[in-house]
Structures are given as structure tokens and as C-alpha cells.
Design a protein around this ligand. Sequence first.
Ligand code: NI
Length: 256
Amino acid sequence: MEYTSIFDSHAHYDDAKFDEDRDELISSLPSKGIIGVINCGADLKSSAQSVKLSEKYDYIYAAVGVHPHEAKNFGDDTLNELRRLAANKKVVAIGEIGLDYYYDFSPREKQIEVFEKQLILAAELNLPVIIHNRDAHEDTLNILKKHRPKGVLHCFSGSAETAREIVKLGMFIGLGGAVTFKNAKKPLEVAATVPDEFLLIETDAPYMAPVPFRGKRCDSAMIPYTAEKIAEVRNTTAQEILNLTAENAKRLFGID
Ligand code: NI
């Protein structure tokens, strides 16, 4: 089955896992139906690389931001550097930013401080945010209620109940390969219940490859497997899911 209108709202093609064949792979994606990719930064270096990729490829857009794992390295100048990068016209979001209490690679107080600084930057620049949240649902929700950004909870791992709270704030839910995994009960409940206008689809490439590629290097061409699973629980077709999520991504990120 050939699919079109695939918009991958979250990928990391700057990752070293693509060093061997990055250009060849990225050049091949439009022929597989991919019409858009948001390449997300996780620190200043990967944010700058995201901008470079977006300048090189028409259909790639960039998000710049500092991931909670890297929050401990967020210095006095980091915010200005992000502001400078965000001035590029292919930068469509601040991300990925958020909280990760599963790994706790940065102290939680520092994660919160850096998250809030970047939410304030996004508001200043009138850009949506791409949010990473792992095992920090309560703090994430409280901070979002305080700042009320536009944006998406990427690779959403919470309950259908939490998803409802997020949607009430006008934010999007990003679903990826996890919906295809065995024991995907929670993600499938979320996939079944998110309102049409708040659903996005993503890879988190090179991670989170959907079944039957689980554990392998992931790329945007694998999204149809995720779309098929989401379509199954929403009683529609994978192509309808791809059309819908592409429209939603363009609307959220201000892409024509
Ligand atoms: Ni990511």
C-alpha cells in the first residue's frame, strides 16, 4: 500500500545513527510519501544541526530547544543562543523541552527552571512548543496550566484522562511507534479518544521504530505502521489518519 501526506512531527535526523547515509535517506523520503518533518533539537549543538538540515531540505523544519536531560548544562547564554537560532525562518517551534523524572539526568529543580525559561521564550517568539514528559505528568500539567503555550506533548505516554486535560488546554497529542507495541493498552486508549483536531503522528527517529521494526533504526517511512494501528482503533483508514495529522501539523506549526 502506497501512502501520501505523511507529516512526521518529531524526528532527530542529526543523530549519529544517520551519519553513514543521512543525505541518501533524507533525499529518498519524499518518494515514500513524506511531505514534512520537524527535526527537533535536544541541546544547542543538535538545535544548530536541526536548523542546518532545515536549510538544506525544503520539507524539513526545525525545532530548537534544550531537553530535560541536558538542563544541567543550560548556562547564562543558552537562552540567547536559542533566540538567535530561532530567528531562522525554518524554525517553527521550541523543542524538545520538558521534564524527565524517569532518568533524572538533571536535578528536578533545574529541569523545571529550564523548562519554564523556554516556555517564556516560546511565548516571546510566538512559537509552539514540543514537549517531552516522562514520569512527570503532574508537574508538567501544572506548568502548562501556568504558561498556557501552544504545542504538542510528543510521544505521549500518559493516560486517556491526562490526554483529556492536555486537550482542554488546547494542546496536541503526538503518537508514535509505541501504539504498535505489545501491551500498548494506554497509548491505544489515548489513540482511540483524542479529538481529530488535536492528533499528531511522529517517529522520534532514530528511536521508537514501530512493529515489525521494533528495536531497529527508525525513519519517517515507517509511519504508515503507526497510522494503521491508530486507524484500527478509530475505525478509519491509515490514509485518513495521515491526511488529518498532516493538516494538524501544518496548522500548529504555521506551515503552508
Ligand atoms: Ni525526541
